[in-house]
Design a protein around this ligand. Structure first.
Ligand SMILES: N[C@@H](Cc1ccccc1)C(=O)O
Length: 506
C-alpha cells in the first residue's frame, strides 16, 4: 500500500470507514467505539487504525479513563428496581399501609436494607411512620434518574464516566453512597484521533476503493470505473493458532521418516510383555537389580503367552552354564516362573529381540521401533514414568561396531545434531556396549545405549550373524531441540508453550 496520504487510491474500504467515523465524531474515540460507529469488527478497526497510523492519518495514544460498573446490589436493583420503589409498590398493593415488623417477609430484603430504604423514604416525604405502621404519602417512582442510570450501566456493562450528564453524575454520587451498588474503575484504552493531514483529505478519497468485484460489476462493465483497492500483503493480522500435532507426535513422525529412509522396517508390539522377552532372552540374570519392583512395574496378571519351547530351553541353559556360547553363564538355577511374570516393558529392546527371533532365517534384517516404555521412577525434571525409546537392530554378516556408530551418527545428523561421540558402557546383553553422547551448548548429554548383541542373546534365538542394537531416548532428543530443561513440560500441555513450539527446526 502506498504510504502517501494524499494518494486517494490508497485507502482500503476499512480505512475509509474508520476515517469517516472519526471525522464525523470530531473527537478521539477508543477502538471499540471506532468499531461500532464505523460498523466494523474490533479486529478490523484495529487493523485499519494500524494502516492509517503508518500513513500518518491517525494518531493512537494510550489514555487512562474512568468508567462505572454495577456492584452486586446494583445489579439486583437494575432488574427489580431500587429498594425504595420495591417498598412503595408493596405499599400501593396493600392499600397504602403496612406493618413495619412484617416487611422483611413481604419484600425479601435484609433488615438493614429495609431500614435504609424506609429512612430515605421518610426523609424525602414519601412515607410516614406512626405506631409501628408505614403509611404512604406520595407515589413513586422514588428516584427515576438513579433507576435509569442503573439500567444504562447494566446494558453497557461499563459506562465511561465522562459520558454521563450532570443529572446522571449527581445520581451516581448518591449510588456511590450505597454499599455494592456501583464501582468506579480506571482502565487504559487506546484512543484514536485524526491528524491534520487526514482532515485535508477530499471527499471522494474517503469513499474507499472496492475490494471485491461482483458478477454484476463484471457483466455490466461497471468494473471499468471502479477504484480497486490494492492488496497489502504485509498488513499486520491477528495471530491465529490452527490445530496442529503435538510436538511428541511430530518428532515420532520425523524419527520414523529418517529410519525408513535409511532402509529400516518399522515394528511395533505390545506394552505388556512376559519377563522372558523383556529380560531373560536379553541375558539379564533373574536377580538383576533392574528387575526389582523399584525399577520395573510388574502387572498382577497371569502370563498371556508362552516363550517358544526351544528358545526357552536354550535361554535356560545359557543363564545356567553358558550353553554352546563359550561363556560360563551366570551360574544359578534359572526359574521358568520368573520368566513368565508380566511387566510393563521397561525398554523396547523387548520388541527387537522378538523380531530377531522371528527373523532368524533371514540373513539380513534392519528393523526399528518407536514406542513407550515404563520405569518405576520418581518423576522429576529428568525422569518420567512413561517415556519413548527409539530402538533398532541390524542383523547382517558384515555388521560391526564401526557400522553401528555409522548408523547412529547418520541418524543424529539427519535430526540436526552435528557433534556426537561414543563412550564405553555396560549392558548385560551387548559386548561391546556404547553410550551415545551429543554436545549441546558446551555439555555432553547422554542420549542412549547400544552395542553388539552377545552370543548369549543371539545363539539361543538361532541367530548366527552379528546383530547391532540400540535404544535411544526420544524425550531427551526433543528437550535438547526445544531447549526444554524439564521433561515434564513436554507433557504438561500448556497451550502457550505448545503454540510457541516451532514446526520446523533443523
Ligand atoms: N535397552 C537399553 C538401550 C540399549 C538397547 C540395545 C542395546 C544396548 C542398549 C536401555 O533401555 O537403555
Amino acid at each position: 500500500m502506498p504510504s502517501n496520504a494524499a494518494d486517494a487510491n490508497a485507502l482500503h474500504p476499512l480505512e475509509a470507514k474508520v476515517l469517516r467515523a472519526l471525522l464525523e465524531a470530531g473527537r478521539p474515540m477508543d477502538v471499540k467505539e471506532v468499531a461500532s460507529t464505523a460498523g466494523v469488527s474490533v479486529d478490523q478497526a484495529r487493523r485499519a487504525i494500524e494502516w492509517l497510523r503508518s500513513k500518518g492519518l491517525v494518531r493512537a495514544e494510550q489514555r487512562a479513563h474512568m468508567s462505572v460498573l454495577l456492584g452486586r446490589n446494583g445489579r439486583v436493583a437494575s432488574e427489580k428496581g431500587l429498594p425504595e420503589d420495591v417498598l412503595l409498590s408493596a405499599l400501593e398493593r396493600s392499600g397504602g399501609e403496612l406493618n413495619l415488623s412484617g416487611l422483611a417477609n413481604v419484600l425479601g430484603m435484609s433488615p438493614s436494607e429495609i431500614n435504609a430504604a424506609v429512612g430515605r423514604l421518610v426523609r424525602d416525604g414519601f412515607v410516614s411512620i406512626s405506631s409501628g405502621r408505614l403509611r404512604m404519602l406520595r407515589r413513586g417512582p422514588y428516584a427515576p434518574i438513579m433507576q435509569s442510570l442503573l439500567r444504562k450501566i447494566a446494558e453497557a456493562g461499563e459506562l465511561p464516566l465522562d459520558s454521563l450528564t450532570p443529572e446522571e453524575r449527581s445520581a451516581l454520587d448518591l449510588l456511590l453512597q450505597r454499599p455494592e451498588f456501583v464501582e468506579i474503575r480506571e482502565s487504559r484504552d487506546t484512543f484514536v484521533s485524526i491528524t491534520e493531514e487526514a482532515s485535508t483529505l477530499s471527499r471522494p478519497s474517503l469513499e474507499g476503493a472496492v475490494t471485491q468485484l461482483t458478477p454484476e460489476d463484471l457483466s455490466t462493465g461497471r468494473w471499468r470505473s471502479l477504484r480497486l483497492s490494492k492488496l497489502n500483503v504485509e498488513a499486520a493480522v491477528p495471530t491465529t493458532y490452527p490445530g496442529r500435532r503435538h510436538v511428541i507426535t511430530e518428532y515420532i513422525r520425523r524419527v520414523k521418516e529418517i529410519f525408513t529412509s535409511m532402509g529400516f522396517q518399522e515394528i511395533s508390539g505390545r506394552i505388556l510383555q512376559i519377563s522372558f522377552w523383556n529380560f531373560d532372552a536379553l541375558y539379564t540374570p533373574q536377580d538383576h537389580p533392574a528387575r526389582e519392583l523399584q525399577d520395573t512395574f510388574y502387572v498382577d496378571t497371569g502370563p498371556f503367552e508362552e516363550p517358544p519351547a526351544d528358545v526357552e530351553a536354550a535361554v535356560k541353559t545359557v543363564h545356567e552354564n553358558g550353553w554352546r556360547t563359550g561363556s560360563t553363564g551366570w551360574g544359578y538355577e534359572w526359574n521358568p516362573e520368573e520368566a513368565r511374570r508380566v511387566v510393563l516393558r521397561t525398554h523396547t529392546t523387548a520388541l527387537t529381540v522378538r523380531a530377531l527371533a522371528a527373523a532368524r532365517d533371514l540373513p539380513v534384517a534392519k528393523v526399528f521401533s518407536v514406542g513407550s516404555v515404563f520405569r518405576n521412577e520418581k518423576v522429576d525434571s529428568r525422569h518420567l514414568v512413561e517415556f519413548h525409546q527409539v530402538e533398532g537392530i541390524v542383523k547382517s554378516p558384515d555388521a560391526n561396531l564401526r557400522r553401528l556408530m555409522g548408523y547412529i551418527s547418520e541418524f543424529y545428523s539427519r535430526l540436526g545434531f552435528s557433534e556426537i561421540k561414543f563412550w564405553p558402557t555396560y549392558f548385560p546383553y551387548t559386548e561391546p556396549s556404547l553410550q551415545v553422547m551429543v554436545k549441546v551448548g558446551g555439555t555432553w548429554l547422554e542420549m542412549g545405549g547400544m552395542g553388539i548383541f552377545r552370543p548369549e542373546v543371539t545363539m539361543p534365538l538361532g541367530v548366527e550373524e552379528p546383530v547391532l542394537a540400540w535404544g535411544l531416548g526420544l524425550e531427551r532428543m526433543i528437550m535438547v531441540k526445544m531447549g526444554v530443561s524439564d521433561a515434564r513440560e513436554l507433557y504438561a500441555n500448556r497451550l502457550s508453550w505448545l503454540r510457541g513450539v516451532p514446526s520446523c527446526r533443523s
